[in-house]
Structures are given as structure tokens and as C-alpha cells.
Design a protein around this ligand. Sequence first.
Ligand SMILES: *[C@@H]1O[C@H](CO)[C@@H](O)[C@H](O)[C@H]1NC(C)=O
Ligand SMILES: *[C@@H]1O[C@H](CO)[C@@H](O)[C@H](O)[C@H]1NC(C)=O
Ligand SMILES: *[C@@H]1O[C@H](CO)[C@@H](O)[C@H](O)[C@H]1NC(C)=O
Ligand SMILES: *[C@@H]1O[C@H](CO)[C@@H](O)[C@H](O)[C@H]1NC(C)=O
Ligand SMILES: *[C@@H]1O[C@H](CO)[C@@H](O)[C@H](O)[C@H]1NC(C)=O
Ligand SMILES: *[C@@H]1O[C@H](CO)[C@@H](O)[C@H](O)[C@H]1NC(C)=O
Length: 705
Amino acid sequence: MNIDPKTPVVDFLFLFLFVSSCCFLGRCCYAIDTIRSEQSIRDIRGETLISQDDIFELGFFSPPNSTLRYVGIWYHKIDGEQTVVWVANRDVPISDRNGVLRIGNDGNLEVLDGNNTIVWTSNASVPSSNTAAILLGTGNFVLSSNESIGHTTKAYWQSFDHPTDTYLPEMRVLMSIVKGENHALRSWKSASDPSPGNFSIGVDPFGAPQIVIWNQTRRMWRSGQWNGVVFTGVPNVSSFASFLYGFRLSEPEADGSMYFTYTPPNASDLVRFRMGWDGKEEQLRWDDGLKSWTVVQSEPVSDCDLYNFCGNFGVCDITKIPKCSCPQGFRPKFQDQWNRGNWSGGCERRTELQCKRNASDAGCNSEQDGFKGLRCMKLPDFANRVTPGNSETCRGKCLANCSCNAYADVTTIGCLIWTGDLIDVQNLDKAGHLMFLRLPRSELGSGKKISNLVIAIIVLAGVFFLCITIWLLWRCKRKMKSEIRNSIPTFYGSNGNEFSADLSGSTELVVDGSQVNGPELPLFNFNFKCVAAATNNFSEENKLGQGGFGPVYKGELPTSQQIAVKRLEVAGRSGQGSEEFKNEIILIAKLQHRNLVRLLGCCIQGEEKLLIYEYMPNKSLDYFLFDQTKQALLDWGKRFAIIEGIARGLLYLHRDSRLRIIHRDLKSGNILLDEEMNPKISDFGMARIFGCNQYEANTVRVVGT
Ligand SMILES: *[C@@H]1O[C@H](CO)[C@@H](O)[C@H](O)[C@H]1NC(C)=O
Ligand SMILES: *[C@@H]1O[C@H](CO)[C@@H](O)[C@H](O)[C@H]1NC(C)=O
Ligand SMILES: *[C@@H]1O[C@H](CO)[C@@H](O)[C@H](O)[C@H]1NC(C)=O
Ligand SMILES: *[C@@H]1O[C@H](CO)[C@@H](O)[C@H](O)[C@H]1NC(C)=O
Ligand SMILES: *[C@@H]1O[C@H](CO)[C@@H](O)[C@H](O)[C@H]1NC(C)=O
Ligand SMILES: *[C@@H]1O[C@H](CO)[C@@H](O)[C@H](O)[C@H]1NC(C)=O
């Protein structure tokens, strides 16, 4: 071989420079995220892996107040106390600093102590020894073949599949009916001992899946059934509502396995869930400002969250004193203990269910058991999910099995029935579901009497208030009417009755089944002659534009008030006109809002039908929008104000007015502008009234734009 004699020297120099610059930069030397075969991480040299975006670090550490060494992953990015999220050799610590993490001969990760004894291995089936492991920005430590490094789907082994006490976003928690309960995370033994402690948290897949905290094998807390969006037993406290909604359940895979994942509302947040060694599960978020972890949510919080705090059939309600009570038809099983505040004994039925009694002594077999609805319940544990289920079949399914004590029909879950004792029931304030408790007829009866009395009282009170309201309204209206009469007496025509008679005829407008017609419309009838005079006998120069049902004129009353007059085409010429005319009068007369155009009155004389509005000096919005030069007059501030005004008007129509009105012909030509460019919605000819609680309707006529 022909080697240039200078090459080794140059190479050596380069290497030296490289190494020294690295060590000069300190951290840079070890700021690698991958370990390959033949490489190792030695505790004695303080070597670590750091994930690409500097968030996580992997290496040897000692817990607080301990000198034992463990391999673990912690946050590199944050200042302050070391926050460990994963530990490899949690059972077998190394007593000195001679530990080594490396990729072994078989391609698996292994941790060796000073005597070269393997204390921990990833122990995966690895097809080839040419492997590498990478610490990802998610906190996942992934072992895969050298070529597919970083591919979590091609991983031979990954730390996310073997979590310790911490859940990190993007970790997947298995939910499989075949494999049963999954105690996914297990707490440390104590703050300074990472070995597995008494508490674990994971998924109970049976019935409808739930998250459960166990103290060894005893349940200590549960989340309530998963309904596809949230866990139904967790009170919906607004301060962490957004964090409640981050959970997802994946689609079932071929073997029926599904996975829970959690995504924080803000992807840039550092968020973790931790099963504490003290039995508290906490969700923590790193607060960059405070430089500390803040607890977003924690379980269990109150006594009622403790599993089955009130015993079987007992109901816990944190807002009541005492917290525990027995539902209707039940009594404490051990009255003495119960009175002393030892509720663990729970409740029992006062009367046996009908189906359990002897057929002979029952005598009245027809008296089937009934159900009592309990609202806002954290549904009991150990539900049987019955499919298919709707409310009726669900009740039937429960009645058919004598050991069924309750059922619930939950929208996204389906029919749930409970065939054993009702365990861990809680009355939640703003969450939970309606549950039907099975009771013999005799126990339901007394309840019914009470509820009848309550209903009677409510009805009486309702009628009383209705009367008062009607009386007040009537007074109010009379007062308004007399005020209006006093203000413009000149223009109040004498034939007001004719106008009302016209409207009381058949109209298609119906609100809650009763017709809207107005003998008492707060409107006045203008005199036709007077209007004609005000508009200069409907002259061409006074014409403002042409609406759908006739021309619009500008006019000025003798009081020098400016008005706009809409003159409906004579019925013969415009077949649609009169229907829309009535519609518009009725609607607009009842509507009062600063963003709706105000109707001053109307005029009906023979064939002539006129509507008199307040005058809008700035015409309509289309006049500005579609004119090259006028466009410039509308700056963004004005446009925003106009949009806001229109939205307010619509909100009033749709939500805040006494009638629910859909305009159905909203366009820029129907947005009028007053002298201060305030928008006002006009032209209610095509509007439609909805009932108070009506959100949908079918229409047969095609209208509007
Ligand atoms: C490795 O896994 C096998 C089964 O997969 C098990 O029998 C063996 O005990 C494990 N070894 C260690 C050191 O965990
Ligand atoms: C864990 O359980 C054991 C045995 O029941 C008990 O001695 C120990 O105190 C418990 N530890 C904690 C932290 O509760
Ligand atoms: C997400 O968090 C970052 C940093 O804390 C913050 O700047 C950003 O505004 C947040 N985004 C949202 C939608 O809250
Ligand atoms: C509470 O009541 C249960 C059932 O009556 C009893 O077994 C238990 O010993 C009581 N506990 C205490 C602390 O009194
Ligand atoms: C049913 O009646 C028979 C005879 O009267 C009695 O021996 C039996 O104990 C009763 N069973 C129940 C469940 O009450
Ligand atoms: C009632 O439910 C129990 C518990 O699920 C079950 O063992 C029993 O077979 C059921 N009985 C009937 C008649 O379906």
C-alpha cells in the first residue's frame, strides 16, 4: 500500500483538535443520544445519553438520601431537583460507581456491576446482535436494529413498554380483556427507593374500561367508566377540564388489544403522570415561570374518592354531612357502627325484592319490582355490559335476572347492569350518570306519594308565577301603548281595528302550537295621505331602492323625522307579497334590538300596504362593499364593528329574543347602516319563527338567497 507519510500525523492532529475542542465544550462530548454495540456508558466517567432536543437524559443516578446507583431517565432540560421518570434496575441497585450500561453480545441492553455481573437486561428476543439504542425526545429509550434506529414500530424493546411509576405522553397503556387487569405503573417503595412499592395504577378492561389505583391487590380508587371521551366518575372541575379531555382509546387490534394514550392540550408542555409511593396519583406540569412542577390533578382527593368509602349500597356525597347515606329503600347494615361514622358496613334492603320472595306468600305476583332513578351517579363498579341496549331493553334485561340490582343506559357505552352489590357509588355534583335502582313496589310507593306532592306544589307555584307574569306584561304593554299614543297622536289612524282583523286571519306562523296574531301589536297605523305627502307622492327622486316586494322611498314627516317607506306591490302584481307582509309586521313589531331595524308603523288602505321604518342615512352594506371607491371608507375597525353588530343582532334573533327567529335572507343588501355606521338587520319577509326549545324544522317553501 502506498501511504502518504504525512497522513497519520495530520490525522492525529485533527483527532487531537477534535477531542480537545469537545472536552473544552464540556457537555458536547457526551451529548449523544445513541448507544451502539461495542459502546458503553460508564458511571465512573459520568457518561450519559441526552435526547436530541435536550429534554431527557439517561445515565446512572442515586435517589435522594441514597448512595445506591440506578440506571434511569430524567429530565435534562429543567433546572432544580432531578425528576426521574424511568428506572431500569429498580430491584437490583449497584452499590458503587463501577456500573456500566452497554449493548451485550446478544444485542440486548444490559447493566453490569463492578464485578461484571449482569444486574439488569432488556431480555428481548433480538434476531441479530447488530443493534443500537436511542433515547428519543419523548423519553422513550428504544432498542432496535442498527439500520432502523429510532423507529419505535420496529423496536425490539422500548422503555415505554416497561414503565416504572411515571406515564409520559405518547406512552401506550394496554387494555385487553384477554390479558385482564393491567397494573401498568407501580410506585416506588419510598422517596429514596425505586423498587416496586405497594401502589399501582392501570386499566381494568372489564365492563366499560376504567383506570384503577390498587394498594397491592385491593382497589383504592377508580376513575369510573370510560365513555369514549372522558372517565365518567371524575368530577368535571373546570380548572383541569382541558386535561380530562386528553385521553384516547385506540381502535382494537387483531387480538382485541386497545391502548390508552394521553396527549396534553399544549404539545410544548412537559407533562407527566406519576403513581406516588404514598398512594397518590398526580398529574404534573412543568411551570417554566415558577421553575417547579405544578399539580394539575391528583387522585384520590376526598374521602368519597376512596374506594367504596360508604360500603356496599352506600352512596357518598362530599357536599353532604354526613357524607354517607343509604338510598331509598335501604338502611344501614350495622346501625351502631354507621352512627359512629364507620360506614364500611354499607347498607342493606329494607324489603326483599319481589322476585326473591316465595311465590306462595307473595300472593300478588303481578306486582313486579320497579326502579328509582338516581341522578349524577358515579356508576358502581363491576358493571356487566349488555348489548344491544336501549333504555327499554336495558330495564327488561335487569328485571329478567333476579340478582340485578340496578341498570344504567349510558349514551356512548350502552346498557350496563349490576348483578352484585352496588360498590363504590358516589353522588357527583356536575358529572356522573342517571342510574336506576331496583326496588320492590312497596318501597317505591312512599316515594311516589312524596313526589306527587312535590309535583303538585311545583305546578301550583308555576301557575301562580305565570299569572303574575302575564298581569305584569299586560300592564307594561298598556303603559307602552299609551305612551306611544301620546307621543305621535297625529299619525295614529282611526282604522287600527281593520288592520288587526286582517292579521287575525289564517297565517302560517305558529309558535308552540298557538298562532301569532296581534290584536295587541305595539304598532300604529299611519295615514296613507300623510305618508304619500311625506314621500312627495312616492316620487322617483325619493326612491331609495327596490326591495324584493316593492320599492323603498325616503320621506320626511311634518315633525321632520326621516323615515323609509316600503311600498308593497299590489297583490295582483306580486303574489307572494301579502304573506311576507304579515310575517314582517308580526316579527319586527315584537323585536327590539339596536342591531335590528326599527319599524315605526304600517299603513293599510285598500290595496296599498306600506311599512314605515326609521331612516338609515348610510343605506346598506352592499352599497359600500361592492363599490370600488366606497370600499375604502370601510377600514378594518369599522368592518369589525359591523360584523360584531350583525352577530349581536343574530344572537338576539336566535337566542335572546322571546321568539326564536331564523332570518333566512341575510345578505349585505339587508344590512342597513345608520349615520354612525351601526349595522341594522332588515327585511324579515322570509324569517321563520321557531319554538323556544325547537332546534330543527322542516320547510317546504324555498325562499331567500
Ligand atoms: C428473560 O425472559 C425469559 C422469558 O422470556 C425468562 O424466562 C427469563 O427469566 C428472563 N431473564 C431475565 C434475566 O429476566
Ligand atoms: C406497604 O405495605 C406493607 C405491608 O402491608 C406495609 O408494611 C408498608 O408500610 C406499606 N408501605 C406504604 C408506603 O404504605
Ligand atoms: C403552549 O405553551 C407555550 C410555552 O409554555 C406557550 O408559549 C403557548 O402560548 C402555549 N400554547 C397554547 C395554545 O396554550
Ligand atoms: C367498622 O364496621 C365494620 C362492620 O361493622 C367492622 O367489621 C369494623 O371492625 C368496624 N371498624 C371499626 C374501626 O370500628
Ligand atoms: C319459602 O317458603 C317455604 C315454605 O313456606 C320456606 O320453607 C322457605 O324458607 C321460603 N323461602 C324463602 C326464600 O323465603
Ligand atoms: C343473572 O346474573 C348472574 C350474574 O351475572 C348470572 O350468573 C346468572 O346466570 C344470571 N341469571 C339469569 C337468569 O340470567
